[in-house]
Ligand binder design. Structure first.
Ligand code: ADP
Length: 217
């Protein structure tokens, strides 16, 4: 199994498909968004800085994200295969990741661009519900993605929450940040011959089939 890197606009489904692939193929799912949300819960100086940046729709600074990611990568077993969800988000992060992968011997990876248009991404953002405990993600505007019991996690029964950055205003800034900082990462991997595009607008089963095509291909 190859290591996978998801690069996509906000709310394209990176987290959702990472979770499915994690369970099905025993991947280790590493979401920098989740690492940051856990770090901000600590409410120390670092947590406050992260909260301010995340809720403004901007990227958290590279030094903070890289330190959290480094700790996580160092805790892996040599046989682990990973899905990176939300990293790299700018070209500098992509270059640092090259070095990290080289030193860990993780040379076998593919990059998947989950495609979605801005309007659909906004709708998904406004309907998103997340489990603060097990991180499962739901959507109240999509029959396939609704929780079985209103506002309750199917997986662990915890009360679901809305993310504080899932507002229309913050979405607009997150999308602009994606266009200016993250989209160039796609060109970076295209030049390396690592980029695959999968539409996120098809039904869940079709998207999964297409993702598995890349992973096994
Ligand atoms: P989404 O894909 O819906 O935007 P994420 O959970 O991946 O959700 O990211 C939420 C926020 O966390 C981002 O808007 C950004 O502020 C921060 N973040 C996540 N990953 C990174 C990263 N690699 N570099 C900088 N900031 C990040």
């Amino acid at each position: 199994m190859k290591n996978i890197i998801f690069v996509a606009p906000p709310a394209a489904g990176k987290g959702t498909y990472s979770s499915v692939l994690e369970k099905k193929f025993n991947y280790v799912h590493i979401s920098t968004g989740d690492l940051l949300r856990d770090a901000r819960k600590r409410e120390d100086e670092l947590g406050k800085k992260i909260t301010l940046l995340m809720d403004s729709g901007k990227l958290v600074t590279d030094d903070i994200v890289l330190e959290l990611l480094k700790q996580k990568l160092e805790s892996l077993d040599s046989n682990d295969r990973i899905i990176l969800d939300g990293f790299p988000r700018n070209v500098n992060q992509a270059k640092v990741l090259d070095d990290m992968f080289n030193s860990l011997g993780m040379i076998d990876y593919e990059v998947i661009y989950l495609e979605i248009d801005k309007e659909s991404a906004l709708k998904r953002t406004l309907g998103r519900l997340v489990c603060p405990k097990c991180k499962s993600s739901y959507n109240e505007f999509n029959e396939e993605m609704k929780p079985k019991v209103d506002n309750t996690c199917d997986n662990c029964g915890t009360l679901l929450e809305k993310r504080s950055d899932d507002t229309k205003e913050t979405f607009e800034i997150r999308f602009d940040t994606y266009m200016s900082e993250t989209k160039p990462v796609l060109d970076y991997y295209e030049e390396k011959g690592k980029l695959h595009s999968v539409s996120s607008l098809d039904g869940i089963e079709t998207v999964l089939k297409n993702l598995e095509g890349v992973i096994n291909g």
